[in-house]
Design a binder for this molecule. Structure first.
Ligand SMILES: *[C@@H]1O[C@H](CO)[C@@H](O)[C@H](O)[C@H]1NC(C)=O
Ligand SMILES: *[C@@H]1O[C@H](CO)[C@@H](O)[C@H](O)[C@H]1NC(C)=O
Ligand SMILES: *[C@@H]1O[C@H](CO)[C@@H](O)[C@H](O)[C@H]1NC(C)=O
Ligand SMILES: *[C@@H]1O[C@H](CO)[C@@H](O)[C@H](O)[C@H]1NC(C)=O
Length: 469
C-alpha cells in the first residue's frame, strides 16, 4: 500500500482550516476567550502549514477534488410493502409492524432490494463500455477484463512498487448461499482468495485464486466448510515476501482466529502457514496496516465484537508481538479500515449487525496505538437513509490516491445475504478536510481533527493526476 503522508509531524488540521478561520465558525473563538490565546498560536501554526500545502499541491488538482466533493442528492419512493401473510394469520396476529427499509433491502422479493441490486443489464467494466470509460457505478455489477463479475469481497488493495501495479485481493464467494443451521447466518463455502490486477484501479484482470480453499481435509483451517473473510496483503521489504492476513473461523464463528499466508509473488500462489488467536484473544473482523516506516499492525474485533484490539506485528509480519491496546471499548465496532494523512491515523468502522447495513463511524488518532477518538458519521450526500446505512454497505478498505494528498478511495461491500456471490462493491471518494462534526472527548468540544467525508455518487471517476509522477 502506498502512503500519501509527506510529514510525520503531528498536524491534525489540513488545508480547509484556513476557510474555517475566515468563515462563520470563527465565532467560537470569541466564546472560548480563555483558551483563545493558545488556540491562536495553534492556528498560526496551521496556516503556515497550509501555505506549505498549497505550494505542494498543484492548483489544477483542487478543482478535480471539488468535483469529488460535489454533494449528490438521491430521492427514492417505494410503494409500501404488502402483508404477504394469509388472512387467517392476519386475523390471529393483527397487522404486522411495518418492515423497516433495511428489512425490505434484505428481502430479495422486495422492490427495495431490486433497486439496490440493479440487474445484470446495468453492469459496468472494460468489456461493456470500452477501456476508456473509467466511470465507477457504485452498487452495479462490475466486470473484469474477461467480462465476468469481479469476485473480491471483503477485500483490500496492495500497490506493488516493483510492478507498478495495483492488486485487489478479496473473498471469492462464487458458490451457492445456504444456512448451515436453521438459525445461523447465510454463508458460502470457502472457495479461496481471488486476486485481480490493474494499473488504473478501474480495469481489473483476473489473476485467479491465489489461496484456494481445501476440499477434502476437514481438519484444515481452509476446509470449505469453514470461514475465510477479509483477506489483506502487505509486502515485507526485509523478507521480500507478500504476507496475507485473514479472518479464519468455523461455520459458527466460535474459532475467532487470524490466518497467515505468504508468497514470493503478488499473484501467488500463497502458502498457508497457520491460524492463531492474536494476544490470546478472539479475533473476527480484522485488517492489517503497513505504516510509512515499514512497521505493520493488526486491528481486530474482539471480546464478542465489543471492542477493537490493535498491536504491532513482528518484523517478518508473521506474528503479533506482546504489545496490544484495547480501543473503542464497549463501542461494538467491526469492519475496520485504516488510513493515514499528514501523520494522523484515521479509521472507518461499521456497527455489528450481521449482513445488514448500519451507520459508519470515522475515528482519528495521533498514535496508531491510540487513544482513538470518534468523529461521527463520515457519509455525505445521497439522503438520510443512505447516510445512516453507509449507502447500504460496509467498509472494507481505504486506498490513498498518491497524487492527491487527502483524497482516498473508500471501498465497501453491499452484502446480499440472499445470494452472497451477488454482493456488490461500492467505491466512493473519501476526503479529509473541514471540521469534524461531533463534539469530542478530549478537546473541550473544539474540533481537533479534520473531518473525514465519504461522498455519495451514482457515477464518478478518478480525477486527473491521482497517481504520483
Ligand atoms: C481493452 O483492454 C483489454 C485488456 O487489456 C484488451 O484485451 C482489449 O483489447 C481492450 N479493448 C479495447 C477496445 O481497447
Ligand atoms: C490436514 O490438515 C491438517 C491441518 O492443517 C494437517 O496437519 C494434516 O497433515 C492434513 N492432512 C492431510 C492428509 O493433508
Ligand atoms: C455449530 O452449531 C451447531 C448447532 O449448535 C452444531 O450442531 C454444530 O456442530 C456446530 N458446528 C461447528 C463447526 O462447531
Ligand atoms: C507468536 O508469538 C507468540 C508469543 O508472542 C508465541 O507464543 C507463538 O508461538 C508465536 N506463533 C508462531 C506461529 O510463531
Amino acid at each position: 500500500m502506498v502512503e500519501t503522508s509527506r510529514s510525520a509531524a503531528v498536524a491534525p488540521c489540513s488545508r480547509p482550516m484556513t476557510r474555517i478561520l475566515a468563515g462563520s465558525r470563527c465565532s467560537c473563538l470569541a466564546v472560548w476567550s480563555l483558551v483563545g490565546f493558545i488556540l491562536m498560536i495553534h492556528f498560526f501554526t496551521h496556516i503556515h502549514r497550509d501555505d506549505e500545502e498549497d505550494v505542494l499541491v498543484p492548483l489544477s488538482h483542487l478543482s478535480d477534488i471539488r468535483e469529488l466533493e460535489e454533494v449528490e442528492e438521491v430521492t427514492f419512493h417505494f410503494s409500501p410493502p404488502r402483508d404477504r401473510r394469509s388472512p387467517r394469520a392476519l386475523k390471529r396476529k393483527g397487522p404486522r409492524k411495518p418492515p423497516t427499509v433495511i428489512d425490505e433491502f434484505l428481502d430479495e422479493s422486495s422492490e427495495v432490494h431490486a433497486f439496490f441490486f440493479p440487474n445484470r443489464k446495468t453492469t459496468f467494466g472494460p468489456t461493456k463500455e470500452g477501456n476508456n470509460s473509467m466511470y465507477f457505478y457504485p452498487g452495479r455489477v462490475w466486470l473484469d477484463t474477461d467480462g465476468n463479475p469481479i469476485q473480491a469481497h471483503g477485500g483490500g488493495l496492495l500497490y506493488d512498487d516493483r510492478t507498478e501495479t495495483y492488486y485487489w485481493y478479496g473473498e471469492n464467494k462464487d458458490g451457492p448461499t445456504y444456512h448451515a443451521h436453521r438459525k445461523s447466518a447465510a454463508r458460502v463455502d470457502i472457495i479461496g482468495v481471488s486476486c485481480y490486477s490493474s494499473k488504473d484501479l478501474w480495469m481489473w484482470t483476473n489473476e485467479g485464486i491465489v489461496l484456494p480453499g481445501v476440499e477434502t481435509n476437514v481438519t484444515h483451517d481452509l476446509h470449505k466448510s469453514n470461514v475465510l473473510e477479509r483477506p489483506k496483503v502487505i509486502y515485507n521489504d526485509k523478507t521480500d515476501q507478500y504476507v496475507m492476513w485473514m479472518h479464519i473461523d468455523d461455520a459458527n464463528y466460535t474459532k475467532a482466529a487470524v490466518g497467515v499466508a505468504v508468497s514470493d509473488s503478488p499473484t501467488g500462489p500463497f502458502t498457508y502457514l497457520y491460524s492463531m488467536r492474536p494476544h490470546g484473544c478472539e479475533s473476527r473482523d480484522m485488517t492489517i496496516f503497513k505504516d510509512d516506516d515499514g512497521k505493520a499492525f493488526v486491528i481486530y474485533s474482539s471480546e464478542d465484537n465489543s471492542e477493537l484490539h490493535i498491536g504491532p506485528l513482528t518484523d517478518d509480519y508473521l506474528n503479533v508481538t506482546r504489545v496490544m491496546r484495547r480501543i473503542l471499548v464497549g463501542r461494538h465496532r467491526e469492519a475496520p479500515a485504516l488510513f493515514k494523512h499528514q501523520g494522523i491515523y484515521y479509521m472507518i468502522t461499521s456497527g455489528c449487525t450481521g449482513w445488514a447495513p448500519n451507520k459508519a463511524l470515522a475515528h482519528a488518532a495521533e498514535s496508531i496505538m491510540g487513544p482513538w477518538e470518534t468523529m461521527g458519521n463520515p457519509c455525505v450526500g445521497g439522503n438520510r437513509v443512505l447516510r445512516l446505512t453507509t449507502f447500504f454497505s460496509q467498509s472494507t478498505f481505504v486506498a490513498p490516491l498518491p497524487g492527491l494528498p487527502g483524497s482516498f478511495v473508500f471501498m465497501a461491500d453491499r452484502w446480499n445475504p440472499s445470494e452472497l456471490k451477488d454482493s456488490r462493491y461500492l467505491w466512493l471518494p473519501l476526503t479529509i478536510g473541514g471540521l469534524a462534526d461531533e463534539p469530542l472527548e478530549y478537546n473541550f468540544g473544539f474540533p481537533h481533527w479534520s473531518r473525514v467525508s465519504i461522498y455519495w455518487h451514482k457515477r464518478w471517476k478518478l480525477p486527473e493526476g491521482w497517481r504520483t509522477e
